[in-house]
Design a protein around this ligand. Sequence first.
Ligand SMILES: NC(=O)c1ccc[n+]([C@@H]2O[C@H](COP(=O)([O-])OP(=O)(O)OC[C@H]3O[C@@H](n4cnc5c(N)ncnc54)[C@H](O)[C@@H]3O)[C@@H](O)[C@H]2O)c1
Ligand SMILES: O=C(O)C(=O)C[C@]1(C(=O)O)C=C[C@@H](O)C=C1
Length: 295
Amino acid sequence: MTASPLFGTLCLVGIGLINSSIARAARLHGLAGRIVTLDASQQACETALKLGIVDAAGTDPATVLAGADLIIVGTPVGAMAAVGAAIGPHLMPGTIVSDVGSVKMAVVRDLLPHLPEGVHFVPGHPIAGTEHSGPDAGFAELFQGRWCILTPLPGTDAVAVDKVTTLWRTMGSMIEIMEPHHHDKVLAITSHLPHLIAYTIVGTASDLEDDLQQEVIKFSASGFRDFTRIAASDPIMWRDVFLNNKEAVLEVIQRFTEDLTALQRAIRWGEGETLETHFRETRAIRRAIIDAKQA
Ligand SMILES: NC(=O)c1ccc[n+]([C@@H]2O[C@H](COP(=O)([O-])OP(=O)(O)OC[C@H]3O[C@@H](n4cnc5c(N)ncnc54)[C@H](O)[C@@H]3O)[C@@H](O)[C@H]2O)c1
Ligand SMILES: O=C(O)C(=O)C[C@]1(C(=O)O)C=C[C@@H](O)C=C1
């Protein structure tokens, strides 16, 4: 006799990179009896069906959400209020609603008010991704060995949190529970600022190319190429991240600007020791990250 899946019906709202990866991983590990998707784009629905990663797909919440046990919202974070308004009226008590948004305070603010009494809300964020988007871009191994942060509010049903934890662990992730406010501060420095820097530096290089009439980008070295990968990330997703984690991002930009100015001064005044000490410290941080991964 085979064990019954963790969820009867898993409904993925938005079938882009992250949710299509969940669809593939959930299928691979037998986590759901049925996988369906609700997406505002008819084309995304058709692609998901063609790829065979969902059993049903559509744009009508009433039809798609019927009987869903777990709903994971995987739309850009700026769409969360609209998604909440669309799905709220069709949710049954006992249903678990989660999400994969890159910010957490704004998701709680925008989605929670639309969820009826008795629905369990377990916000989440897999710290895994690529610069690609859409249902074709997903892959089942995306979450292997990566962190997934859950930010349930105090008093959330423990069984619901356990079930969402089991889902992520089975897909290969490690779980950390955090408060939404803390999550947004941590991610502002580890993910949001690096993306902003990449968007800036690639724009600056492109402007210089125009000014200098030279092929700056063509002859760029591999460090710059890494920035261009990050700067190719989805414009709508990242517009929404910055608009919805404003406070924390502005705070880290301030700190970053001060640190950059200190290095600028050291270069101007020929303070080699300051530069070398700083670079030694950052190298040690990189090595510690690699060691922690291998441990
Ligand atoms: N891309 C990453 O690296 C990454 C990593 C972790 C978390 N996230 C977060 O995951 C979420 C999804 O990101 P993605 O890269 O998978 O997105 P994506 O751009 O690949 O796909 C988003 C999907 O949502 C659909 N959609 C948009 N508005 C909708 C609405 N109102 N109703 C229904 N469907 C709607 C779109 O049609 C699209 O199919 C975002 O909140 C993002 O912040 C992204
Ligand atoms: O590897 C990448 O392409 C990513 O940018 C993934 C990344 C990150 O910053 O680490 C991007 C956004 C997320 O919310 C989580 C993960």
